[in-house]
Design a protein around this ligand. Structure first.
Ligand code: BEZ
Ligand code: FE
Length: 296
């Protein structure tokens, strides 16, 4: 903190105490303690940076712009939380490490409830463009016991880096689906090999990234949401090992344990299910998913 007089410091401290006292009668104890902490940290930030009134005005303007661009399809505040690492910090706090359970990462704004159900071995690309990718794996508990019937929701962008919901004016479902693990807790399906893509950066969060020389790119990934009775719901990705991964990730979502080798297969290589891909190449990957107990 820059040098300020004792009188000035006392004045600033008194204000914090007044604000804290104003929340003193909050009946909900958790709400009270969260607000008190917020007040302490917010005022600490204002005092530490000696924020100018003009800067505070710009901050308000930034949040106002984030509100204006937000609607049912666009959530700028979640993006802000993502690029500040607040989403990943909240996930870290709430998905405590447990034995060999698979690590969690960001949900992102493109998950959609009610994606179409596919059969084992089905194709969730639904015509979205991209390199076909065979994905297989298992869902187990931390003792290695298979979890038959576990629900897997999977979603990703197409080869142009867009999720289906980003195509304005189209009501198309593509590159997303849900399926259930079989009796052995195994799953297999066709998807697309993930590609890098930018998070939406045409709004205030994009301006923040540009002003700080940060890239909006996400490391290539495939989203998973996995549920099974009595188990902690897992929201995660697998990341494609390779050059693109090393360029970093705008939302701090990458975990070493989630990086997988997507093995490239030359055109003509027989596919696991006999599917004829003609002259096209394809890729394959395996992902062993381990769920923590719900009460972990
Ligand atoms: C995503 O992976 O879909 C995503 C995550 C955070 C921000 C934007 C997109
Ligand atoms: Fe994504």
């Amino acid at each position: 903190m820059s040098e300020i007089s004792a009188d000035q410091s006392e004045r600033e401290q008194k204000l914090i105490e007044d604000v804290l006292a104003s929340f003193g009668q909050t009946p909900d104890a958790r709400l009270k303690s969260v607000l008190e902490s917020l007040v302490r940290h917010l005022h600490g930030f204002l005092r530490e940076t000696r924020l100018t009134e003009q800067e505070w005005g710009r901050a308000i303007g930034f949040l106002t712009a984030a509100g204006h661009i937000t609607d049912e399809r666009r959530q700028e505040f979640v993006l802000l939380s993502d690029v500040l690492g607040a989403s990943m910090q909240t996930i870290a706090i709430n998905n405590e490490a447990y034995a060999n359970a698979t690590e969690a990462t960001v949900l992102g704004p493109f998950f959609v409830e009610g994606a179409p159900e596919i059969e084992q071995g089905g194709d969730l690309s639904f015509g979205a463009a991209g390199q076909p990718c065979w994905v297989e794996g298992s869902v187990r508990d931390t003792q290695g016991k298979p979890l038959p019937g576990a629900l897997l929701e999977i979603w990703e962008c197409d080869q142009d880096g867009f999720y289906d919901v980003q195509y304005a004016g189209e009501d198309r479902t593509a590159a997303r689906g849900r399926l259930r693990a079989d009796e052995a807790g195994e799953f297999r399906f066709w998807a697309l090999t993930p590609v890098p893509y930018p998070i939406p950066h045409d709004g205030p969060v994009g301006a923040l990234l540009a002003a700080t020389s940060r890239s909006p790119m996400r490391a290539p990934h495939l989203h998973f949401l996995v549920k099974a009775p009595q188990m902690r719901t897992l929201i995660t990705h697998i990341f494609v090992e390779g050059e693109e991964l090393r360029k970093g990730d705008a939302v701090f979502g990458v975990k070493e344990s989630l990086v997988r080798q997507f093995e490239q297969q030359a055109a003509g290589t027989p596919t696991p299910d006999g599917r004829d891909l003609g002259a096209g190449d394809w890729a394959r990957v395996r992902f062993e998913i381990v769920l923590a107990p719900a009460d972990a």
